[in-house]
Design a protein. Sequence first.
Length: 213
Amino acid sequence: MTPGEMSTHKSQIAGNANYAFLCVLFGLHPLLIYDSHPAFQEQWAYRGELEQLKVQGNHETLEGLLGSPEVRGLKFPNCLSDLFEAIAGAIFVDLEGDLQAFSKVYLPLMVPLVNCHLAKDLKEHGMRHPAVEFSDLLGSHNCSSQQIIREGGTLKLIWHDRILAEVPIGVNLKHDQQELSRLALDNLITHSYLWDEICTCAVWYQPCNNSIT
């Protein structure tokens, strides 16, 4: 990724419009104490417009509006985006500048927005989800043997009787499954000899009968 592309991604994710939306999405707005009636009216109007967009788009929750141009086009109260950043700053100070600890607390709030942006980017550039690529690779060998299991704090992808990939379970299961599929895909492409050692589906020209999705 070029510096220019990185800058574009950053500007689309880290912006006041998105911060204001996340502030409402995660229920942080009641923490505001107003010293003026207009500021309260602005926030109330903004929340009402979000609810209207949710109904119009047939979304069950506000999370369905993540990354939509309609949300970015709304006039948002600066106090909401300021609150989102102020809480981040307060947590960072309380943790005495420990960036790793801070990421564990605040990064999960950004994950839904980042995932939504990445999914949109994949679609626009004709790229495919790793899980689809992995399933297609298996299909090209007449194989469908894959099983995803949770074991302790780990997510594992089992191919036949072999653990092909594993990742620690984080705060976003969809992201974990995407990373799991990417690792499994890389392993099969990099270690092509595994087909001869483990999978006999292509030899018999019949699908595996132990497929679990």
